[in-house]
Write a protein that binds this ligand. Structure first.
Ligand code: BEZ
Length: 211
């Protein structure tokens, strides 16, 4: 059964390149990104893992822990990580799950048999500190994901969680946000001291609250 937004992220215990991890325990109070790679020693994945490693300071800043998965054994991951360091100029600095029995891939429905019954698709799950799934993305094996978009969505999710704002089309960090409809004008006075512009009663725009 597919995982839907708002579901609890399934828990698991798995071998990783940084030892055995119990997923929920490892997440602690952090946000999490769990993302799958079709197979070790594949070119697109190699570039994605290099990018995710380079962006570690950005994930740290947002209190996000990153964990990758590929359905290959640990020794294969370790050899591949040497290649990633050599070709991408950065060591992989987050755990990679060795999921050769596909336990986690099946739990998260990462294998789509009509695409491939041996490779996973490129899945991404963003998980909140409450262990609930906040975002799912599914890309084909042949398309590398956009990690700037992933950070953009995390920023939006965290703004909603912390300030009761949503973000409009193509929003980028620093731009105006939208007051969620659940907040009354009365409550908005206290919550948004910078004020807001009411374009329509349902469309109230306010400066990004954490800037
Ligand atoms: C890759 O990661 O490069 C890849 C994996 C499976 C199919 C196509 C590309």
């Amino acid at each position: 059964m597919a995982i839907r937004l708002g579901d609890e992220a399934p828990d698991f215990t798995a071998e990783t390149t940084q030892g055995t991890i119990n997923f929920h325990e490892w997440l602690g109070d952090s946000w999490g990104v769990l993302f799958s790679h079709p197979k070790d020693y594949t070119p697109v994945c190699t570039t994605e893992l290099g990018m995710a490693a380079r962006l570690k300071p950005e994930f740290d800043k947002r209190n996000v822990k990153v964990i990758g998965l590929s359905v290959d054994p640990l020794d294969s991951h370790i050899g591949w990580e040497r290649d990633i360091e050599e070709t991408q100029g950065t060591a992989v600095n987050f755990p990679m799950i060795a999921d050769s029995d596909r336990k986690v891939a099946d739990l998260y429905d990462m294998i789509h048999p009509n695409a491939s019954d041996t490779f996973t698709v490129r899945s991404v799950f963003v998980i909140g500190p409450d262990k609930k799934v906040k975002l799912t993305l599914t890309y084909p094996a042949s398309t590398g994901r956009n990690f700037a978009e992933l950070l953009r969505v995390i920023d939006s999710l965290q703004l909603t969680a912390n300030y009761s704002v949503a973000t409009p089309v193509n929003w980028q960090d620093g731009e105006d946000c939208i007051i969620v409809p659940a907040v009354s004008n009365e409550d908005a006075k206290a919550k948004f001291p910078k004020g807001w512009k009411e374009i329509k009663p349902y469309l109230r725009v306010t400066p990004q609250p954490n800037k």
